[in-house]
Design a protein around this ligand. Structure first.
Ligand SMILES: Cc1ncc(COP(=O)(O)O)c(C=O)c1O
Length: 402
């Protein structure tokens, strides 16, 4: 039996930047009153929704919703069985399609990417092994590291010299390097070709979380690895169905057959939990097939992203990342970021304020995320509203905000 969760370097104060959410947000969070899309009813009022993970707009797509409903009628509302006991053709087809999407040997479904990340850290390594995890990895990777019996070493965000120094320390056990493909609070990418080379030099397995990249970046939306030309060199991908692929609760791993097999045979977060619903499997499958058939939505998302980023830069706002739809507008002060968000909502645009402890103190931001569902006019209207709100809270001067 594995030892209880190890209290390692992840506990050090200041490193837990991704590990929680503010409870005061609960009191003020708006209530959604209709189908999510470019514009959505929030608290009884239609606003431009510029903060969702609905990258391709498929959470509101008629065909995705229809096939999801049809699967519920055919198979029932839930799976009602743990995955090792039985499956449906929809679940099997979704696995095969996800494997094909990532150019992988095989794939396995989990009921969230959170579960997939925890399963990877707890199943593929154990006592006497080491995990090397980027400081800004998603909370579920951090939690997977905490639950794993392996020792976790954290390297500074995208600092591959640091990673290599840690890997170079003598060690006999297995080594697992895990990174977000796209960092969720910054919108920037891991340097995967360099990481592949480092992992090969040190005999480490490389796991890449493509939650914000699959269906979003790279040619045909095939993700960070595709954008960087190294699809076949990643040992294992983790990903979610909850973002570009229709917004369904569900996650997956895709990659080398031996690793996927181990997760299937030994993954506690796979074995001991109910499979995703047939409705989710059918809807996500529909969404992925649409992306694989036609890259029109991926291209529209890229156009909207470029339009939004150019508009925000012209306003004189500080934005992070380069070309990913995650477009953080840096504010700094937390109260000011919340006020910015409140004023912006009054202006008819909703963007979530991200504050400590999700990001370090003093780095509060509004994280804008355009979708393929937005029209160019929606983006222009949002940029104008952001300008008015930024001027109202003193983030930019009157002349800049126009
Ligand atoms: C990088 C990353 N990994 C994993 C997840 C969790 O995905 P899920 O909602 O499927 O648990 C998220 C969600 O925000 C994420 O940004």
């Amino acid at each position: 039996m594995r030892k209880p969760a190890r209290r390692g370097p992840l506990q050090i104060k200041g490193e837990l930047v991704n590990s929680g959410s503010r409870s005061d947000a609960r009191a003020t969070k708006p209530v959604i009153g209709g189908r999510v899309g470019a514009r959505t009813e929030l608290d009884g009022r239609s606003v431009i929704l510029l903060t969702a993970n609905n990258y391709l707009g498929l959470a509101g797509d008629d065909e995705v919703i229809e096939r999801s409903c049809a699967a519920a009628r055919q198979y029932g509302s839930g799976s009602t069985l743990n995955p090792p006991l039985a499956t449906t053709p929809l679940h099997e087809q979704l696995c095969a399609t996800l494997a094909a999407f990532h150019g992988a040997d095989s794939a396995l479904l989990f009921n969230s990417c959170t579960s997939a990340n925890v399963a990877v850290a707890c199943t593929l390594v154990g006592k006497g092994d080491r995990i090397f995890s980027d400081r800004l990895n998603h909370a579920s990777i951090i939690d997977g590291c905490r639950l794993s019996a392996a020792e976790t070493q954290i390297y500074n965000n995208r600092d591959l010299d640091h990673l290599e120094r840690l890997l170079a320390q003598p060690h006999d056990g297995a080594r697992l390097v895990i990174t977000d493909g796209i960092f969720s609070m910054e919108g920037d990418a891991a340097d995967l070709p360099a990481m592949i080379a480092i992992c090969r030099r040190h005999g480490a397995t490389l796991v890449v979380d493509e939650s914000h990249a699959a269906g979003v970046t790279g040619p045909g939306g095939r993700g960070t690895a595709a954008a960087q030309g190294c699809v076949g060199d990643i040992d294992l991908y983790t990903g979610t169905l909850s973002k570009a692929f229709g917004g369904f609760a569900g996650g997956y791993v895709a990659g080398r057959a031996d690793l996927v097999r181990r997760l299937h045979d030994d993954g506690r977060f796979y074995m001991f939990t109910t499979a995703i619903t047939p409705a989710s499997a059918a809807g996500a499958l529909t969404a992925i097939e649409m992306v694989m058939r036609d890259d029109g939505l991926v291209r529209r998302l890229a156009e909207n992203t470029a339009r939004l980023r150019a508009g925000l830069k012209a306003l004189g706002l500080r934005i992070l990342g380069e070309d990913h739809p995650i477009t953080p507008i840096l504010v700094g002060d937390e109260d000011k970021a919340r006020e910015f968000g409140r004023v912006l909502l009054q202006e008819g645009v909703y963007i979530g304020a991200i504050c400590f402890p999700i990001v370090p103190r003093g780095e509060a931001r509004l994280r804008a995320q355009p979708s393929a569902a937005h029209s160019a006019a929606d983006i222009d209207e949002a940029v104008a509203a952001i300008g008015r709100a930024a001027r109202a809270v003193g983030l930019i001067d009157n002349a800049a905000a126009g």
